[in-house]
Design a protein. Sequence first.
Length: 256
Amino acid sequence: MAYFEQTDEHTFRATAHTGGAWDTATQHIAPALGLLAHAVEADRAARRDDPALVSRLSYDILGTVPVAEVEVSVRVLRPGRTIELVEATLAHGGRAVVVLRAWLLEPRGTAALAGTGLDPIPGPEDHEPWDPTTIWPGGFIASVEVRRRQVAPGRATVWVRTPVPLVEGREVGRLAATVGLLDIANGMTVRADPQAVAFPNLDLTAHLVAAPQGAWVGLDTRVTFGADGLGLTHSVVHDETGPIGTSSQTLTVRPA
């Protein structure tokens, strides 16, 4: 069983594997973010004959969504041969739940200039297996394999992968499959017991400098709580070749 089953051209039925961590009756938003990235890639393939690269994905999470059928739509906000801005929306019952804006760029030959100041992390084979269901409920958390090096509350390096396809019977690119795991970062190294403090994220913005490769997604993650109810989960994103970008999530920190 996949995270979603496509039921029509623009509709998808969420399965039990999308069950949420804060509320198991609603979807964990991670697979939905991957679904919207998949929709952007499918739209790109239908409109363009060149491999425009997704460089930024900025998601606003407007509310919760039940484990049910959702509708996905895509529109081009800023068309262009070398640069495009595309918007994708996931809705349920006519209500927008997640909105994605993605920048697509024409690829250029810059291999001779490639380099980064982002630090690499040890690979998944150098991290211990960790069971996130010891902290979190829900079908999505139960569906993933996690390896972790915990440094301190709110600080860890993590590798995650899943055997569950994003969309049943559909070819899904490595970008969408990777993006469908990024939202898990907020729960992989908790700063406070989620039974005592809620800290859901309102958004997720990922900046990528390389196309993801392989099934493992690495997260070098730091969680920060401010003094006034604001929080941030920030991760450097890796594949097994090294750092490929960053991901940030705005948190609303709510003591019980």
